[in-house]
Design a protein around this ligand. Structure first.
Ligand code: AMP
Length: 523
């Protein structure tokens, strides 16, 4: 079944209800959204001679046209290729070529990319420009193209914190499974509710279109087209029953903006966070400001929005003896998939033993687009190997440690950066921390911490804090105090960039920037 049928159902049953808003203004109701999509679908198929399965790319900040275009693609049986609009034009060109995209929809960046798109792209269409409007003003209305569950709906390019991005092939069947799982494992949604797309629709937030479309809820796009905490707070005072998907760094920024206000975010229903670790100290701060309105999802482009979830009830279950421990987990496996932790040979590990997280089930994509080698490596014996390290507790909650490539092995001992970062963040003036392993002649790797502090913090204070809370050998041997950490467009810290900076700086040791080397002995 084509997911466009969910939109069509609302178009028929609640056609007059608002479907899409741009800031505070209603952009269109369900009936006109479906009409536009049906006409755009006809234009895409006839005018550009696109066939089922052909790829259409989107390269733009969030905009109501983004959702219209996604829907038109699905309606016509085409595959959407949303591309992070902050990528360099050369990176965009690489993705367009890899996906062999036939059309490219753009925001206002048209000039910067025109002339740099590969020859497979037949035309560029600027959102809400004259060519865009012609797509739905002139076309006939076309019926939804029937497709099988394994039909490609979304080519999801991985965020590329390492190497070239790979296109995870998300099918209509995957989107359906993901949507069902949301209702069961994350949160209920009523027709009167809304989703506010403040995080990029090309990535995490775009997936939240589906569960909200399934019940005909309102989809709101901020007028800035991006995450601006002040704008988000204003919209949360205007609309009711609002859900947001945010990366943890965005949650932290929203908390800081909301804290001075008397009753912030009155229309907020749920903040779903995910995409990167959320530290306990930050979660506590978010609960203080917003109350127990947070839920967590652990997923990947390869199993969109679905591996495990920690719902709002688990966040609020303060009487439970293991409440705080559970808050540091990624929750329980979602109902549509099986999750295991395995050793290097793929054998399941017992409770508490860390290993690689693997997943199988209806939400897991069939592989990477035209990339046999990467597919063979990540998809083995029916399981998706996530590259994440974690362990289960006896109650079935999954605790994530780190990406396997971020694990630090020092003197033969495994050190999980997240554990050290949690300790550093417990310091009241540490705002952000990232811990990486750098080459060390004696120990193989050495722990180094990058810290963003508010006010003065000394390496000695942080060292003392670590000695109080974790084994000696895990504590950082050097600190770098910086204004900001390097992040990708989705707010993920680029640890490979920190490692690169270290190797280019090594030996230079700018004055005042690093701690005196602590004794190397082990505890
Ligand atoms: P992407 O495919 O770009 O969405 O990135 C997925 C990766 O983000 C996962 O493999 C994890 O490493 C990380 N991630 C996603 N959700 C969480 C979470 N709730 N907690 C910690 N890391 C997460």
């Amino acid at each position: 079944m084509n997911v466009a049928h969910w939109f069509a159902r609302s178009g028929r049953a609640h056609g007059e209800r608002p479907a899409l808003a741009w800031g505070r203004e209603v952009w269109c109701d369900h009936r006109s959204l479906c009409r536009r999509a049906a006409r755009m679908a006809a234009s895409l198929r006839r005018r550009f001679a696109l066939k089922a399965g052909d790829r259409v790319a989107l390269f733009a900040p969030n905009h109501p046209c983004y959702l219209e275009t996604l829907l038109a693609c699905w309606w016509a049986g085409l595959a959407a290729v949303p591309v992070n609009h902050r990528l360099h034009p050369d990176e965009l060109a690489w993705i367009l070529e890899d996906a062999e995209a036939a059309l490219l929809f753009l925001g206002e960046e048209a000039e910067s990319v025109a002339g740099r798109v590969p020859s497979c792209v037949r035309e560029l269409v600027v959102f809400d420009g004259p060519a865009y409007r012609r797509l739905w003003e002139e076309g006939e209305e076309e019926d939804i193209r029937e497709v099988a569950a394994d039909h490609l709906a979304w080519l999801f390019y991985t965020s590329g914190t390492t190497g070239r991005p790979k296109g995870a092939m998300i099918t209509h069947g995957n989107l359906r499974a993901m949507t069902y799982a949301y209702f069961i494992d994350v949160d209920g949604i009523a027709r009167e509710d809304a989703i506010l797309h403040a995080a990029p629709m090309s990535h995490g937030s775009g997936l939240y279109i589906l569960p909200h479309a399934a019940v005909g809820a309102l989809q709101i796009v901020p007028q800035s087209g991006r995450f601006d905490p002040e704008e988000v707070l204003a919209l949360l005072d205007h609309w009711r029953g609002v859900t947001l998907f945010l990366a943890p760094t965005m949650v932290n920024r929203l908390v800081r903006a909301a804290r001075p206000r008397p009753r912030p975010a009155s229309g907020l229903k749920t903040i779903v966070y995910g995409g990167a670790p959320m530290y306990l100290a930050d979660l506590d701060a978010a609960h203080q400001v917003f109350g127990f309105r947070l839920a967590q999802i652990y997923g990947q482009g390869e199993s969109p929005m679905t591996i495990t979830a920690l719902d709002k009830r688990a966040h609020a279950d303060t009487d439970h003896p293991r409440w705080r421990t559970r808050l540091s987990s990624a929750g329980l496996p979602q109902l549509v998939c099986e999750v295991r932790v395995v050793d290097a040979e793929g054998r399941p590990l017992p409770v508490e033993a860390p290993g690689e997280v693997v997943v199988r089930g209806a939400s897991v994509v069939p592989g990477y687009w035209r990339n046999e080698a990467a597919s063979r490596q990540a998809f083995r014996d029916g399981w998706l190997f996530t590259g994440d390290i974690g362990f289960f507790d006896a109650d079935g909650f999954l605790y994530l440690r780190d990406r396997s490539k971020d694990l630090i092995i020092s003197g033969g001992a495994n050190i999980y950066p997240r554990e050290v970062e949690e300790v550093l963040l417990a310091h009241p003036r540490v705002r952000e921390a990232a811990v990486v392993g750098v080459p060390d002649r004696e120990w193989g790797e050495r722990v180094v911490a990058w810290v963003v502090a508010e006010g003065a913090v000394s390496p000695e204070e942080l060292d003392a804090l670590c000695l109080e809370r974790i084994a000696r050998y895990k504590r950082p041997r050097a600190y770098r105090f910086v204004q900001a950490l390097p992040k990708n467009a989705y707010g993920k810290i680029l640890k490979r960039e920190l490692r690169r900076r270290w190797s280019s700086e090594e030996g230079a040791d700018p004055a005042g920037n690093s701690a005196p080397q602590a004794p190397r002995g082990r505890s």
